[in-house]
Design a protein around this ligand. Structure first.
Ligand code: SF4
Ligand code: SF4
Length: 188
């Protein structure tokens, strides 16, 4: 792993993670317990302990365009195992936020699109509307007929409601989205 020796860059990335999510990556001393316990580490392009190291040395480009931050399941195994008390799962979440905010491209583009379609449906309707979500996700993938056979079966069994399910407090849900957007901007 090449060292990136720019002191401002190092400090900026570390501080940004700490400010936005509260995770102090500088405490990591590379014991590797996070990676050893991670159920999906085998599929990641950089392992959780390497993410921590890159975050310490200003390797933002590599981390923010990695598959790792999007493959992470937020299962918390790493955070539970870390002897330095770092919430690595939380750091992965913070890194996803920074990656979207800075418009980094990801090798796991379909996962990014999945998150966006899911959140847009919740933002619009106050809860997930399966039909709307499936259509929007398929369109984002440019595969409008993806999983159509499965959708028809679910529809026939009444598992997908054609007109969705209404929610009383849509306004409050929208406020959550508005406040989190403002929070991220303030922490920039
Ligand atoms: S939270 Fe993410 S990085 Fe941590 S163990 Fe689970 S999948 Fe791996
Ligand atoms: S378990 Fe904690 S201290 Fe060990 S490598 Fe992972 S983040 Fe670093």
């Amino acid at each position: 792993m090449a060292l990136i020796l720019n002191k401002d860059k190092i400090r900026n990335f570390r501080d940004r993670i700490k400010q936005l999510g509260g995770e102090d990556v500088s405490r990591c001393y590379q014991c590797g317990k996070c990676t050893a316990g991670c159920p999906v580490a085998v599929y990641m392009d950089i392992k959780p302990n390497q993410v921590m190291r890159l975050a310490q040395i200003g390797g933002d480009e590599r981390v923010l365009s990695s598959s790792t931050i999007w493959l992470c399941l937020s299962c918390q195994v790493c955070s539970t195992r870390c002897p330095a008390g770092i919430d690595i799962a939380g750091a992965m979440d913070t890194l996803r936020k920074i990656s979207v905010e800075d418009k980094h491209s990801s090798p796991e583009n379909s996962i990014v699109k999945f998150h966006k379609a899911f959140l847009n449906s919740v933002k619009r309707s106050g809860r997930l509307q399966e039909l709307e979500f499936s259509v929007m996700y398929n369109l984002a993938l440019l595969k409008p007929l993806k999983n159509m056979d499965l959708a028809i079966k679910l529809f026939q069994k009444g598992k997908i409601k054609p007109f969705g399910v209404s929610t009383k407090d849509k306004g409050n849900i929208r406020n959550i989205f508005r406040n989190s957007r403002r929070f991220i901007k303030e922490k920039k």
